[in-house]
Design a protein around this ligand. Structure first.
Ligand code: FES
Length: 356
């Protein structure tokens, strides 16, 4: 097996690449290890301890997400000691927050809810004492309810390591610890770019998409994979559709390049145009000079444009025509457009709106 490392997980012999973590190997092998703070693409901080496992010869349980494998390692993921430790973490997290699933926007897609259900916890053995933070509603895009925050730090790492916006971090200490922009300001008063990466990263209902509030539930929605229309990069995204309407957009790391699951403010939040009543859905032509714009078919509109371009070219020459391409089109469409202007119209008068 070359440089591969042989280890034993739950009495099963498996091979790992040097540097791989226990969690990575276990997931590849289909072995369940619960996680909360682990967030692919960011540093393994081992903060929540949800992923603890037993490693033979080690006195304490170790965080599988942060522990690299080593030759001959014998790991147990499903012992009573492991499950008791994980269970108490879930109970403590539950007791330290205000996790009212009835109205939580994350209900049905909450990782804490899923794990509590999977572990069969009826209620925490500790008194529930939410911190009593005020909900933050200052932004029209992102809502924050730190009473649901489990301090996993995924939003902080997504902000700093994936988007490199460096807006979010931890502040205060101990039971007063919280995440947010510097000086404990709200999002609106901070340097936040509103890319929404923190919303995608949040495993619970602490940071949510405000425009999507009460618009659709995860079990009701249909996800439609599409390409962002805002620029030529071609970011891949999921449209969340309910009742025939797009109510949310999210990234999906599984789609890979070019964006690896990340989106910018426009792709993630700029979706009002889709169902806007003023949106143009058919071509408009001004048939009479000084007349109103009137609806036309695509065939009629294309014939009209072709005829007018031909007339102008014949009368004034190709250099009297210029083409301005759009950042809303794909790279391929922009390429075809410049080919058309150069090859068919016969002029180099072609530019792109991104340079304006
Ligand atoms: Fe490993 Fe949080 S998921 S410590």
């Amino acid at each position: 097996m070359g440089d591969k490392i042989e280890i034993i997980i739950d009495e099963r012999k498996v091979f790992a690449e040097p540097g791989e973590t226990i969690l990575h190997v276990a997931r590849r092998e289909g072995i369940f290890i619960p996680t909360l703070c682990h967030y692919p693409g960011t540093t393994n901080v081992g903060a929540c301890r949800m992923c603890v496992v037993e490693v033979e010869g080690m006195r304490s349980l170790v965080a599988a997400c942060a522990m690299p494998v080593s030759p001959g390692m014998r790991i147990k993921t499903d012992t009573k000691r492991v499950r008791d430790a994980q269970r108490i973490i879930l109970e403590l997290l539950w007791a330290a927050g205000d996790h009212n699933c009835l109205t939580c926007e994350k209900n049905g897609a909450c990782e804490l809810q899923d794990l509590i259900y999977r572990f069969g916890i009826e209620e925490p053995r500790f008194k529930i004492t939410p911190p009593g933070y005020e909900k933050e509603e200052t932004s029209v895009m992102i809502a924050r309810d730190l009473n649901k925050c489990i301090l996993c730090g995924r939003c902080v790492r997504a902000c700093n390591e994936i988007q490199v916006n460096e807006v979010l971090d931890f502040s205060y200490r101990g039971s007063r610890a919280k995440v947010g922009p510097a000086f404990d300001t709200d999002y609106r008063s901070s340097e936040c770019y509103f890319c929404g990466e923190c919303v995608d990263a949040c495993p619970v209902g602490a940071i949510t998409f405000k425009p999507a509030r009460f618009k659709g539930r995860p079990w009701e929605e249909r996800k439609v994979k599409t390409t962002c229309t805002y620029c030529g990069v071609g970011c891949q995204m999921d449209l969340h559709v309910f009742d025939g309407k797009v109510f949310k957009v999210s990234g999906n790391a599984a789609y890979g390049e070019p964006n690896g699951g990340s989106l910018c403010i426009k792709g993630r939040f700029g979706l009002e145009f889709i169902h806007h009543p003023a949106r143009l859905r058919v071509p408009l032509i001004r048939r009479k000079k000084g007349g109103d714009l009137e609806e036309a078919t695509w065939e009629e509109a294309l014939d009209f444009v072709a005829q007018r371009l031909r007339e102008i070219k014949e009368k004034y020459g190709a250099n009297s025509i210029a083409g301005l391409a759009s950042a809303r089109a794909t790279n391929e469409e922009n390429y075809i457009f410049q080919k058309f202007i150069r090859g068919v119209i016969g002029t180099n008068n072609v530019d792109h709106c991104a340079r304006l």
